[in-house]
Structures are given as C-alpha cells and as structure tokens.
Ligand binder design. Structure first.
Ligand SMILES: Nc1ncnc2c1ncn2[C@@H]1O[C@H](COP(=O)(O)OP(=O)(O)OP(=O)(O)O)[C@@H](O)[C@H]1O
Ligand SMILES: *[C@@H]1O[C@H](CO)[C@@H](O)[C@H](O)[C@H]1NC(C)=O
Ligand SMILES: *[C@@H]1O[C@H](CO)[C@@H](O)[C@H](O)[C@H]1NC(C)=O
Ligand SMILES: *[C@@H]1O[C@H](CO)[C@@H](O)[C@H](O)[C@H]1NC(C)=O
Ligand SMILES: [Mg+2]
Length: 429
C-alpha cells in the first residue's frame, strides 16, 4: 500500500507440514486407550450394578427372627455354587443340595424354594423362628435359613441315608428288614406326637409321606419339612387358600373344609404305616384294579382274615407277625374317613410301644361308629358324606352304584332314613 513490497524469500519459508509418523502412533494410542477405558468403565458399572442388586440386603423384619440367618455367600460356598453335582433331589417345592458349612465342617442339606410373592416368604419366615426352636430326635433339625429376592433357603441337618421312599418303591436297591421298618415307624410316630402335643403350640405337619421321612446313618427315621406346606397354601387372596398335600395322603375332609388338623396328619400317618408294611404307594396305578387303593385292599384282606397277604413280599416272610398285625390294624384305624374315629398320636405311640393293646374290632375306613360301610370304593365321596353324620341306628347298610362318577343310582337296601334328607344339613358340618 505504501510502496514496493519486499520480494518473497522462498528459501526462508518453513517447510510444508507433512504427515508425521509419530503423530499417527500417538493418535492411535490415545484412541485405543480411550476405548479400552470406556469399555472398562461400562464393565465395571455393570458389575457394580449386579453386585448391588444381588447384595444380601438384610431387611429390617429379618432381624426379628433370631440368630439362624445365614448369608447367601456362605450357603453358596457350602454347596459349591449350588452345583448340580451336589443335588440330593427335588420335590414339589424345590431343589435340595448337599453342603458343608465353611467354618464348622458340618454337613447340611440346603433346600432352595423359589417363591414369587415376597409377602408369602416374609410371613413364613416369621414362623421359622418357632419352627427352628422345635427339637426332637425324630425331627430333622432346621439349622437356619436365608432369604434372597423371593428365594428361600432352608438349612437342615444332613440325613445320610436319604428318604424312606427310596427303600420302599420302584425296585429299591436296599430292602429294609422288618425290625428296621418297625423302628422307623415308631420313630416317626414319636416325632409327630412331639409336633402335635410336645410343644407350647400345636404344630400340624400337613405333608406326611415316605418322601418326608429321612434316615440317618443308623437308619433312625426323622420327619422333615414340617410346617412347610403352609408356605404354599397362602395365596395373596385369603379366599383362594389351596389344599396342600400329596394325593393318597390327603384326608377326605380336607377337600371339603380345606382346614388341616391333627386328625388329617393322623390320616396321612396311617397311609405311611400301610406303605411301610406293604412296600408300595397308597395309590398304585400299575397294580391290579382291586389293589389300586392300598387302604381298600388292606381292609378287604383284613375282613377276609388274610391280612398278612399284604405284607411286602420282598421280606420273604421274615417278619414278626404280631407286630405286623398291630401296624396294619393301626394303619386301618388312622385311615378312617371320619376324623373323630381316628386315634390321636398319643394313643398311636402307646399302641406301637406295646403299652396298650389294640381294640379287638377295627372299623373299616368307611365305617361310622363301628358299623360296616359295605360300598365299594366307587362311591367313596358319597359314602364319606353319608358317614359324616350321626345316623339313626336303623340306618344299617348303604350300597351305592355310581355310574360314571355322578351318583346316578343310589340304592338304599336297609334303613328308613333317606340319605338325601341329610342334604339340608350339609352346610352345618
Ligand atoms: N435333610 C436332608 N438330608 C438328606 N437328604 C435330604 C434332606 N432333605 C431332603 N433330602 C433329599 O431331597 C429329596 C427331595 O426333597 P424334597 O423335600 O424337596 O421333596 P419331597 O419330600 O419329595 O417333596 P415335598 O416337596 O412335598 O417335601 C428327598 O427325596 C431326599 O432324598
Ligand atoms: C431298633 O430299635 C431298638 C431300640 O431302639 C434297637 O435296639 C435296635 O438295634 C434297632 N434295630 C435296628 C435294626 O435298627
Ligand atoms: C446308611 O448309612 C451308613 C453310613 O452313611 C451306611 O454305612 C449304611 O450302609 C447305610 N444304610 C443303608 C441301608 O443304605
Ligand atoms: C438312633 O436311635 C438310637 C435309639 O434311639 C440312638 O441311641 C442313636 O444315637 C440314634 N442314632 C443317631 C445317629 O442319631
Ligand atoms: Mg420333602
């Protein structure tokens, strides 16, 4: 603008910046480490979130329960992460794992129950406090528990010889001799008596069956899973209470009232006695039609005077006949369809210990007050209904021919009282 411009000195210009190798390496390194860092951060946050989510959050109510709470980590370690190799078995409620407690080397059985409703678990856990205090040599001791996100883990004494059903049904590997069977039955009876009467409150087992009788290293029998059925029968809605138990052990009145009692436990115990003697399930679909229902079959044999025919053939006739008759007779008495006709556990134990001798005459499972109910098993429910009422003395014999499940033809052979006249009283009981 104000005169001549200086000429350009090309030589003094700086060189044109070219792509520098060192820069590329630097950029690459920075990018890679940034990516790695971001991945690490994401992974760590995932890990932390999971850890927080899975943490053993001890809720306040859990402190009320007492000292038996195990931490989840402890039980996970004890069962080696709930490995399938440690699985002892599974039933209706969940899986059972074998474990060894880390700091005491005690062998335990850990039962893992999944439960959708946290409410049910919570209510149940408050009951664990009392169940955990029950102590008897014929009860499987509850050592502790742990609750985690709706899963309930119960820790029991480990019973090394497993459950009784494995020695009775489906071609067992080991067959128990008569003395062992009788000892086990006596043990279970005294365990159940303790539940019913030996404690400040009556505890109803609700699920007595061979699968819940566990055997220790000397083959002493103990009852397991007491009180557990309560967890399943609680729906969220109190009016939808379910009947819980196992088919063949369910007392008939349970399906009507839904209310388990000590008598319904006695009924299941009777089914257990019969299956221990006969070595078969209470209901055996594979058996001959007349042997389908164990109680009916035993009763038929009893009436025809050949009751020892029902004793497990695998014993090869090696058993104490007097004891076998006592147990079969008791099994029939406990299997009565009428709750009031069944003996109490205290009486059962006295009979089994031989302190008291059994009554000469045994009522059939369908009989009320010693009268014979002569109907077949087909009209069972109806008969049960008829026999639930104190009938007039001239109501001697009822036979029912049911066709296809509904009681189409009801044929009363003797007695002036029509069973239908009782229907009005149906609600009363
Ligand atoms: N304390 C224990 N010691 C050793 N084995 C056990 C113990 N508790 C259970 N088991 C084994 O685990 C199996 C499954 O038990 P689980 O109680 O889950 O089933 P179940 O008794 O057949 O049915 P339910 O759910 O009605 O009790 C049993 O058959 C038994 O062999
Ligand atoms: C049965 O019990 C009695 C008394 O408790 C005991 O002496 C006997 O050894 C037991 N028998 C078996 C086979 O367990
Ligand atoms: C019961 O367990 C003991 C020890 O665990 C074992 O020696 C015995 O053989 C078992 N009995 C049966 C009948 O399996
Ligand atoms: C089995 O029962 C007998 C008699 O009641 C008892 O002496 C024994 O200690 C019991 N065995 C075990 C392993 O608890
Ligand atoms: Mg069980």
């Amino acid at each position: 603008m104000n005169g001549m411009a200086q000429s350009l000195a090309l030589s003094s210009l700086p060189s044109i910046p070219g792509p520098k190798k060192s820069h590329t390496i630097l950029i690459a390194t920075v990018t890679v480490s940034a990516v790695v860092f971001i991945i690490l951060v994401i992974a760590m946050s995932f890990y932390l979130i999971r850890k927080i989510k899975n943490a053993d959050v001890i809720e306040e109510w859990e402190f009320d329960v007492g000292p038996h709470r195990f931490s989840y980590q402890e039980l996970k370690k004890a069962t080696r992460g709930f490995r399938d190799k440690e699985l002892l078995g599974f039933g209706g409620s969940g899986k059972v794992y074998k474990g060894t407690l880390p700091n005491s080397d005690t062998q335990v059985a850990v039962k893992r129950i999944s439960h959708e409703s946290k409410q049910g678990v919570r209510e149940f856990v408050s009951e664990i406090a009392s169940i955990g205090r029950l102590r008897h040599r014929n009860l499987v001791q509850l050592l502790g528990w742990c609750s985690r996100q709706g899963d309930l883990l119960l820790v029991y004494d480990f019973m090394s010889n497993g459950s009784l059903d494995k020695y009775l049904f489906d071609e067992p590997k080991t067959i128990l001799n008569w003395e062992q069977r009788f000892n086990i039955s006596k043990g279970v009876a005294s365990g159940l008596l303790y539940l019913h009467e030996g404690w400040e409150q009556t505890v109803i087992h609700r699920d007595i069956k061979a699968g819940n009788v566990l055997l220790d290293s000397e083959l002493n029998g103990s009852l397991g899973d007491f009180g557990l059925a309560k967890l399943y029968e609680r729906g969220t809605n109190p009016s939808t209470t379910r009947v819980v138990g196992t088919l063949g052990y369910l007392a008939p009145e349970l399906t009507r009232t839904g209310k388990p009692t000590t008598s319904s436990d006695v009924f299941a115990f009777g089914a257990l006695l019969l299956e221990v003697v006969c070595g078969r399930r209470p209901i055996e679909p594979k058996a001959l039609p007349e042997e389908l229902i164990l109680v009916d079959w035993v009763w038929e044999k009893w009436r025809s005077g050949a009751v020892l025919d029902v004793v497990d053939p695998r014993l090869n006739g090696e058993f104490n006949q007097l004891e076998a008759v006592v147990v079969l007779k008791l099994g029939l008495m406990c299997s009565n369809n009428v709750p009031d006709m069944r003996p109490a556990m205290r009486q059962v134990v006295r009979y089994m210990e031989g302190e008291v001798s059994l009554p000469e005459v045994v009522a059939g499972p369908d009989a009320y007050d010693g009268k014979k109910g002569d109907g077949g098993s087909s009209g069972r429910e109806f008969e049960d209904f008829v026999h639930s009422y104190p009938l007039s003395s001239n109501f001697e014999k009822v036979s029912i021919c049911s066709s296809g499940g509904d009681y189409g033809d009801i044929d009363i052979e003797a007695g002036s009282t029509s069973p239908l006249s009782h229907s009005g009283r149906n609600e009363g009981r």
